[in-house]
Ligand binder design. Structure first.
Ligand SMILES: [Mg+2]
Length: 372
């Protein structure tokens, strides 16, 4: 079952849920998996209550749809602003890795950054929004410019991985160990692509290897097969499980944390994982596991959020809409009377989100900028 970082008031959570949904009055339908998931999420929020100091969020399918961007989400942004105003650190801990190039993460989080600007947060409050990219490899935080623009700037590695801290230090992982793991992952994915007749592309970044839909160009290369536009979930799961098998066969030759997961539209193998990312944040910010909540959608064996459970309590959601609903409960049990929770109308006013259709878009897989 894994570690429980807090006591869980499951009976109280059930009573609250049952009061609204009358589960115990049903005669023909038993409680479903999703209902139990909701009750456990609620119990976790009740347990942490006002002790919450750090909330970490997965990106894809938690804050925005898979491969999409955080755009015009007034409710989500409003709740996150309320947490930040109350002194809570809000961090996006994502597999998406674009090195320390703040401009690329800014594209993904555009709506949240515009919300910070239009809410007029002061510099200290604004910098409570932190981005951990590549699971645990790249740390950036918000900095306000003189003109009041919210930018994402790298946090110096000595600050969050310095000798004075006893947390994980991914920057110091030996190059030959990461290369060995990435070569293994790439070879396994390449073999899977042939075996499963996938019209895919395999891309290699500094600390991750990914498989993405190959586009029309791959139809000629793989005349009978699939995946030029969309790779089947079953195929992505198979690719991921084969990588896991390959890594396990290596035993102690795999010396670093890693994760392999089905990202919904793609499959990735990353050196490092979210347990390392969350642990590094906790050490740097001086926050205990019992004061942290991670929110994510990937808690199956082929997911990457499940690793965060080793380091903190988690909320398992299935969509940005569910994240938003859980945040209402988080604010309630933390006793934060924010603008979002009680606002009857748009708390952020006009000007949230992009003001004009973008002419330059970013490929979420590779970070490449394209003019449209
Ligand atoms: Mg996700």
């Amino acid at each position: 079952m894994g570690t429980l970082h807090t006591l869980l008031p499951v009976a109280a959570a059930f009573a609250k849920y049952d009061k609204k949904y009358a589960i115990s009055n049903r005669r023909c339908v038993t409680p479903s998996f999703n209902e139990i998931r909701h009750i456990l999420n609620l119990a976790q929020v009740m347990a942490i209550g006002s002790k919450v100091k750090l909330m970490t969020f997965d990106g894809d399918q938690t804050l925005y749809s898979d491969g999409g961007n955080f755009e015009n989400s007034r409710e989500l942004a409003g709740a996150m602003l309320d947490l930040m105003r109350a002194g809570v650190y809000v961090s996006v801990v994502t597999a998406a890795g674009y090195g320390l190039d703040g401009s690329k993460y800014e594209v993904r989080l555009d709506g949240m950054l515009r919300a910070i600007e239009s809410a007029g947060l002061d510099a200290e409050t604004a910098q409570r929004l932190i981005v951990m990219g590549g699971e645990c490899n790249y740390l950036l935080r918000v900095q306000l410019t003189q003109e009041g623009k919210a930018k994402l700037v790298p946090v110096a590695s000595e600050e969050w991985q310095g000798d004075h801290l006893d947390g994980p230090k991914p920057l110091h992982w030996p190059e030959e160990d990461t290369k060995f793991m990435m070569d293994l992952a790439q070879n396994s994915m390449t073999a899977s692509a042939t075996d499963l007749r996938l019209r895919c592309k395999i891309i290699r970044k500094a600390r991750s290897v990914g498989m993405i839909p190959g586009g029309d160009a791959m139809v000629a290369t793989v005349p009978v097969g699939h995946g030029s536009k969309k790779l089947k979930r079953e195929a992505l799961d198979e690719v991921v499980l084969r990588v896991m098998e390959t890594f396990r066969e290596q035993g102690s030759r795999i010396s670093l944390p890693w994760c392999a997961f089905n990202g919904g539209r793609d499959a990735w193998v990353d050196v490092g994982d979210k347990s390392v990312g969350v642990a590094a944040l906790q050490t740097w910010l001086g926050v205990e596991p019992s004061e942290t909540i991670h929110v994510g959608d990937q808690f199956l064996n082929v997911g990457n959020d499940i690793k965060a459970r080793e380091r903190c309590p988690c909320l398992w959601i299935t969509s940005p809409r569910e994240t938003e609903k859980m945040l209402v409960h988080v604010l309630e049990y933390a006793g934060i009377e924010g603008e979002f929770r009680y606002a009857q109308e748009d708390p952020l006013g006009a000007g949230v989100g992009p003001t004009a259709a973008p002419t330059v878009v970013m490929d979420a897989f590779t970070g490449e900028m394209k003019t449209i």
